[in-house]
Each structure stands twice: as structure tokens, then as C-alpha cells.
Design a protein around this ligand. Structure first.
Ligand code: SAH
Ligand code: F3S
Length: 482
């Protein structure tokens, strides 16, 4: 699929990897087949799309041959992600030739980026819908049913889908996502997201609390709050983050920030574990760290992408912080939340990256000793600042070699982190049956580490104290203890 590397694949299978087909069983006369690519937000968006389509009489199916409508919820983050979708569309065209009635739609970031181009050029799709236009799907489908092609890629100032109750798809009934912000204003110079998902806006906290309560009532045991940049969450009555300064004094004074939201959610559903993703170092406040430390049900794990360990490269990436500032943030995390697990995203081979810059990345990794990492080599994305102003001048072999060195280091650190856990007992939330053995269950610790242990009489959703006996770089193995 995308350039999923082994460590990443082992770490978090649902995040950025294989396309996942999702299904909700409903009595409906039409069927939609949805494939989601890319980030967790896309998976969450597919649940919103399923909810909108359910009202139009569509149930979801896992069997593409049964579908009246095929939707690909796509990712643009790296070139390879888009290539995967193009190949998939060519393949899906086979079903279109067999079933003249079958309609195919492109959703998500790639839809936003390529707009109507795929309709005209390759005639592979009937429908193109950007991430802010899903509520228009019923109208667009009527256009398509009338034999016309339909496109809506308008980005919105307000849309948060806060009023839509997602249809929980293909999940385990234990963990679920709630999206809290949409878009991103950070404009990192390599990143296509601000172009495909538009300006940053936050969702009404009351609708977030209601969704959390609803999930808890349905028996869910873990909620992940989602946003491109969760630390930037800011509710002041609605509207874009960048317009906050124009809001009334009263609205500004009563604004809800991410630390406040974390506390509110933790209190609303005290028996549910809370996670969040993704944090951005330049926007993460100490108040967020205190909120995590204060609440037992907020997991002690922070995904804190850094992208590079070189201050020079960070400046060219427009990341808004230096190497030293990042290290200070890591120190504060370790002080305020002792034992907190930390993971990273890293990009190898950004334009002009020297061997010395690369060494800075490796030494930063030595400083932090991350628990996990998601690692990529630089892929130039059209229209970004880096694409317009910088030359993609690191040869592919060098990008790959640097990436491999980063991955190798992460493997060492991941193993060290896990080895340090052997002999300890952790509370594990059981998510399902282990892929390797029916006799074993798997779940996660507060630190997001996967633990496998003998099933006995436990079941998904249980919180089990597991004593760790051994480990690999990716997984802890243990047994339940009283
Ligand atoms: N804030 C987002 C980040 C989105 S992109 C989130 O919620 O996860 C996820 C990761 O993809 C980034 O952190 C970065 O490491 C990587 N990435 C983004 N653009 C890239 C590019 N042009 N080339 C290579 N990797 C990229
Ligand atoms: Fe992309 Fe940077 Fe936002 S990586 S999603 S522009 S924080």
C-alpha cells in the first residue's frame, strides 16, 4: 500500500497501512463498499460517510461484487499512496465493465487534490467528493443516478460533522475514534494536508462529550480523539482557528482548549480510556501534559512527530520549533508524566539534508529513545512550499539508506523499551484474538504497547493485569495475574 515499513506495520496495523474494508450490517436495499486508505481521520470519516449514506438507503458490504456503489477514501500524503489508489481504480474498473450500473466514487484527500481530473482523464470514477463535502453526497448521488458525473471539492469554514452520529464500521466494539478538529493551519513545507483538508476548525465540545457518552453506553472501552493537530483544538463558538482574534471578548474568555477538552472527556466517561492523535510539538502546552498526568483514564502515551533532528532542516520544514525546544518538551513530558511512552514520525532526505543533519536526527533519537516510530522518506507533493521553492535533491538511494538507518535505530530503541518492561505487570485492554493463535488474546497497555497472552476466560473489552515474561521489538508476551 503506502511505503509502510516493517516497524510501523508491527506497531499499529490500522494507522497508515493496508486498505481496510468496512462493513456495518443493516437491512437496506442498496449497498456501498468503502475502502479507506491513510490516516485514522480517513477511517473516522468513512464512518461519517456510512452514516450519511444509511439515510439514503445504503447498507455497507464487505463484498465488492454485491455493491451498487464503491467508494475509495483516499490519501495524498505521499506519492505512493496516490499510486496505490490509481492502481486500485484500474482494478475496480473490471467490476464496472461487468456491472454497468456500478458507480465508483473517490473521497478524501486525493479527491480534493486532483479534483475533477480523474473523471475526465481516465473515466474511472463517477463521483469526486472532498473531505468537507460529504453532506452533499445524497445530492451528488442523484446527479450520478441521472447519468451525470458529480464533483464537490469545496472546503468549508465550519464543517466538523459534529451533528452526525457515525456508523461504527468494522471495529472491535472496544476502541473507537472521535474527530475533534478538522484541517491544519501549520503549513509544514512538505505537507499536502493543509491543501486537501483546508483550514483548521474545532468541533463543539458538547457534541464530542455526547459522542463519548454514547460510545461508553454502547460498551466501548477506549476512545481516541482525532485531529491533524489536536493540541491546536480551540472552541470559541465555531469558526476557523485563524479567526479567533476577531471573536468577541466573551467568546475568547470562555474558549475551550485541548487541555480543557481532555479533562472534560476524561470526567464524562471515567471508565473509558482516552487517547489522542496527533500532537504537534509547537502547539503542545504544559497544560495538556498536566491534564494527562492528572487523569488515570488518559493514556500515558504521546505521538509527537518531529520529522528531523536538525534545527536547520526543521526551519526549512517550517515546523516552528528547534531541536533544542523539542528536547526541552521531551524533558517536560518525562518530568510531568514519568514513564510516558513517546512515538515519532520522521522524514529522511528532505531537500538539502546533509549527512550532518541526518546524524542530528539519529542523535535526537538516541536522546529520546522513542517507543515506536513511523518513518518515511521524503516525497515531494505538488503545490507545497517545498515543491515550489526547493529542489528534491537527495537521490533516492541516499533517502533510502538514511531511512534504513533511522528504522534500524528505532528497532534497537523499541526493543530496549520493551525489554525494560519484562517482569512488570501492566493493565491491558483486550482488543481481540491474536492473529497468530486462537488461544491467545491481544490488547494494549496505557503506553500503547501490544501485549499477547493466553486467553483463559477473558474476552475483548476486559481490562486484564498481565505480567510480561518476554518480548520482541514490537510485542510483549505475558500471562494474566490476579
Ligand atoms: N498531523 C498529521 C500529520 C499528517 S501526515 C497527523 O495527524 O498525523 C503524517 C506523517 O506523514 C507526517 O508526520 C510526516 O512524517 C509524513 N509526511 C507528511 N508529508 C510527507 C511527505 N511529503 N513526504 C514524506 N512523508 C511525509
Ligand atoms: Fe501536515 Fe504539519 Fe499539519 S505535517 S497535517 S501541516 S502539522
Amino acid at each position: 500500500m503506502q511505503e509502510v515499513n516493517e516497524v510501523k506495520k508491527q506497531m499499529e496495523e490500522s494507522r497508515q497501512g493496508e486498505a481496510t474494508v468496512i462493513e456495518a450490517i443493516q437491512e437496506n436495499n442498496k449497498h456501498v463498499y468503502i475502502e479507506s486508505y491513510g490516516c485514522q481521520m480517513n477511517f473516522s470519516d468513512s464512518e461519517i460517510v456510512a452514516s450519511i449514506l444509511a439515510k439514503e438507503g445504503y447498507g455497507t458490504t464487505k463484498n465488492i461484487e454485491e455493491a451498487d456503489l464503491v467508494l475509495l477514501n483516499t490519501c495524498s500524503i505521499r506519492d505512493k499512496a496516490e499510486q496505490t489508489v490509481r492502481n486500485r481504480l484500474v482494478h475496480i474498473n473490471k467490476y464496472k465493465r461487468e456491472n454497468g450500473e456500478l458507480k465508483v466514487g473517490l473521497l478524501g484527500c486525493m479527491a480534493e487534490r486532483v479534483k475533477g481530473k480523474l473523471l475526465d482523464e481516465e473515466k474511472l470514477v463517477d463521483l469526486v467528493v472532498g473531505p468537507d463535502a460529504y453532506k452533499d453526497l445524497p445530492n451528488l448521488l442523484r446527479e450520478v443516478d441521472g447519468g451525470r458525473k458529480a464533483v464537490n471539492v469545496i472546503l468549508s469554514k465550519e464543517e466538523t460533522y459534529g451533528d452526525i452520529a457515525p456508523v461504527r464500521l468494522g471495529g472491535n466494539g472496544v476502541t473507537a475514534f472521535i474527530s475533534i478538529t478538522r484541517g491544519c493551519d501549520n503549513m509544514c513545507s512538505f505537507c499536502v494536508v493543509p491543501f486537501t483538508r483546508g483550514r483548521e476548525r474545532s468541533r463543539n465540545p458538547q457534541s464530542i462529550l455526547q459522542e463519548a457518552r454514547d460510545l461508553a453506553d454502547k460498551g466501548y472501552k477506549e476512545i481516541t480523539l482525532l485531529g491533524q493537530n489536536v493540541d491546536s483544538y480551540l472552541w470559541y463558538g465555531g469558526g476557523l482557528k485563524k479567526d479567533f482574534a476577531k471573536a468577541s471578548e466573551a467568546a475568547q474568555a470562555s474558549a475551550v482548549r485541548f487541555g480543557d477538552l481532555l479533562r472534560m472527556v476524561a470526567k464524562e466517561v471515567p471508565d473509558v480510556r482516552i487517547r489522542f492523535s496527533t500532537s504537534n510539538p509547537q502547539d503542545m502546552s504544559d497544560d495538556v501534559l498536566y491534564a494527562i498526568a492528572e487523569n488515570d483514564n488518559i493514556c500515558k502515551y504521546i505521538h509527537l512527530p518531529v520529522q528531523s533532528g536538525s534545527t536547520k532542516v526543521l526551519a526549512e520544514m517550517k515546523r516552528g520549533h528547534t531541536r533544542e525546544e523539542y528536547m526541552e518538551l521531551i524533558d517536560r513530558i518525562n518530568r510531568i508524566i514519568p514513564g510516558c511512552a513517546i512515538s515519532h514520525d520522521m522524514i529522511a532526505g528532505f531537500p538539502n539534508e546533509t549527512e550532518e543533519d541526518h546524524q542530528d536526527t539519529l542523535s535526537l533519537m538516541d536522546y529520546v529513545k522513542y517507543d515506536f516510530g513511523y518513518m518515511f522518506y521524503y516525497s515531494e507533493r505538488p503545490n507545497t512550499y517545498a515543491a515550489k521553492k526547493m529542489e528534491d535533491n537527495i537521490p533516492l538511494e541516499i533517502k533510502k539508506r538514511r531511512l534504513n538507518e533511522i528504522i534500524a535505530k528505532q528497532q534497537v530503541h523499541g526493543l530496549e523499551r520493551n525489554q525494560a518492561k519484562v517482569g512488570n505487570t501492566y493493565e491491558v485492554l483486550v482488543e481481540g484474538v491474536s492473529k497468530k493463535s486462537k488461544e491467545e488474546l491481544f490488547g494494549r497497555t496505557t503506553h500503547n504497547t501490544v501485549v499477547v497472552f493466553p486467553k483463559e476466560n477473558f474476552k475483548p473489552g476486559d481490562l486484564v493485569n498481565v505480567k510480561v515474561n518476554s518480548c520482541t521489538g514490537a510485542t510483549l508476551k505475558g500471562e494474566a495475574v490476579a
